[in-house]
Design a protein around this ligand. Structure first.
Ligand code: GLU
Length: 455
């Protein structure tokens, strides 16, 4: 059976690092097994869903290189949900309820006051036909609940958490549809997973109790013939895996989520490959390393390496990974983002000094000039005048120059190298002089040495 995974964001805001991680892992799970990765836009909430966020989700996934094989939208699948609802209702698994939000809240408070878990008491189940008709005559439209089967425990083998077991009697029958006919998340998602042939649901551990409920929905839907064509030969429910949540270095991420989206990362000069390398392994037993090659990341990707402790997201670590990735990037992949005139040799010389590609311009002026050399002491000025004369051009002028000066002067080590670096670049440190001198060129290099010698 071919692996099918899905990433199912609600388009009510921008993706943040937590969603990106879920998307990435679903993409990886599908790619690793040669399967398909679906993007499912969960836009049943017409009021909060915005088209601009749908666009942003697509753009962000493209920037990350997590291209979906197929896209679905819940708002275009309402007929399927309606059909499933009808079947489940006929099968006695859906019932109308009439309590107001206030009434439910009071019930909850009373239960909590008595030290009981706030589980829905199923009062609506025992309403007689007359009582229901009376409610509707009063103009109260029902909302709808899925009736959990209390007979057997709900069990599954979670890809991350191992064996899971829930007592359905400890769960409330979930509301699946509002009185205005609109859908809550739970049922449409199960219908989609069945009808789209999803084999693996990988999501955050905040969904664990939803999974318990949805497992019963899968069974009920399957028995009612929903998704039969796609999933006839397989178990009703997909495999489930719930990854530990992502937290910040100091605890919760929620306050910072606004600054942890793709635009913000891109503006900070974070490469998608850095984010991918980090999120691929954060919270797993594998080391987070600057691996730009996705095949390499895919080779080691395995759910059984995922830990149950929260994964810690640390900006400083992301910056380190980014720098290391930048140092590996080939000229062709960055040329459009470099200062004009900067060629492959220039990129190669400058690259080790960057933490972000965007800083290339801050170093490239060392080649193009003008530079700002320091004041030199008289003996250094003599030395630099000598260097200007000694400069001979070749494919590799730097070792020729420094070898010659070493032979002809008493200087060695720092006294030999530093004045040259300062005169040629105006700085005490920076790119490898061997690469840089060739880029500066003979005339410009001699002019800089002569200028420094004059003081
Ligand atoms: N739209 C849901 C969410 O963003 C999808 C959850 C799921 O993966 O089933 O939480």
């Amino acid at each position: 059976m071919n692996t099918v995974t899905r990433f199912a964001p609600s388009p009510t805001g921008r993706l943040h690092v937590g969603n990106i991680r879920t998307a990435l892992h679903n993409w990886m799970l599908a790619r690793k097994h040669g399967g398909r990765f679906l993007l499912r836009i969960d836009d049943t909430d017409a009021e909060r869903s915005k088209e601009e966020y749908v666009e942003a989700i697509r753009t962000d996934l493209a920037w990350l290189g997590l291209t979906p094989d197929h896209e679905e939208r819940q708002s275009q699948r309402l007929a399927s949900y309606e059909a499933a609802f009808k079947k489940l209702r006929e099968a006695g698994r859906i019932y109308p309820a009439y309590e107001t939000a206030q009434e439910l809240e009071i019930k909850r408070k009373i239960q909590l006051g008595r030290g009981l878990p706030p589980i829905y008491d199923r009062a609506a189940l025992s309403l007689t036909t007359e009582q229901r008709e009376a409610k509707e005559a009063e103009g109260v439209a029902p909302h709808w609940r899925f009736k959990l089967d209390h007979d057997e425990p709900i069990e599954w083998d979670d890809g991350v958490r191992g064996a899971q077991k829930f007592d359905p009697a400890q769960l409330s029958d979930p509301v699946i549809r509002r009185a205005d006919g609109s859908w809550l998340y739970m049922l449409p998602s199960a219908v989609d997973d069945l009808e789209m042939g999803v084999t693996d649901v990988l999501r955050g551990e905040d969904h664990v109790s939803n999974t318990a409920v949805q497992i019963q929905m899968f069974t009920a839907l399957h028995a009612a013939g929903v998704g039969a064509q796609q999933n006839d030969a397989v178990d009703a429910a997909p495999r489930f895996a719930h990854e530990a949540l992502l937290v910040g270095k100091e605890g919760k991420l929620s306050k910072r989520l606004g600054s942890l989206g793709c635009d913000a990362f891109r503006d900070r000069g974070i490469e998608p490959e850095a984010l991918v390398a980090m999120l691929a392994r954060l919270g797993t037993s594998l080391p987070v390393e600057p691996i730009a090659d996705r095949e390499e990341l895919l080779d080691s990707f395995a759910l059984d390496t995922f830990g149950r402790a929260p994964a810690r997201f640390d900006d400083a670590e992301l910056e380190r990974i980014n720098a290391a990735i930048v140092h590996l990037m080939e000229y062709d992949s960055v040329r459009d983002r470099l200062p004009t005139g900067m060629d492959a040799a220039g990129w190669h010389a400058i690259r080790p000094n960057l933490t972000h590609v965007g800083e290339a311009g801050e170093w490239w002026y060392l080649v193009t000039g003008p530079i700002d050399p320091p004041e030199f002491a008289p003996e250094d000025r003599d030395y630099l005048a000598r260097a200007a004369q000694a400069l001979e051009w070749s494919d590799d002028p730097w070792p020729m120059l420094t070898d010659k000066l070493k032979r002809e002067t008493e200087r060695k080590g720092k006294a030999l190298f530093l004045p040259l670096r300062q005169a040629l670049t105006g700085m005490n440190h920076g790119p490898d002089m061997k690469e840089l001198l060739s880029l500066i060129g003979e005339n410009e290099a001699r002019a800089r040495l002569e200028q420094a010698a004059k003081g």
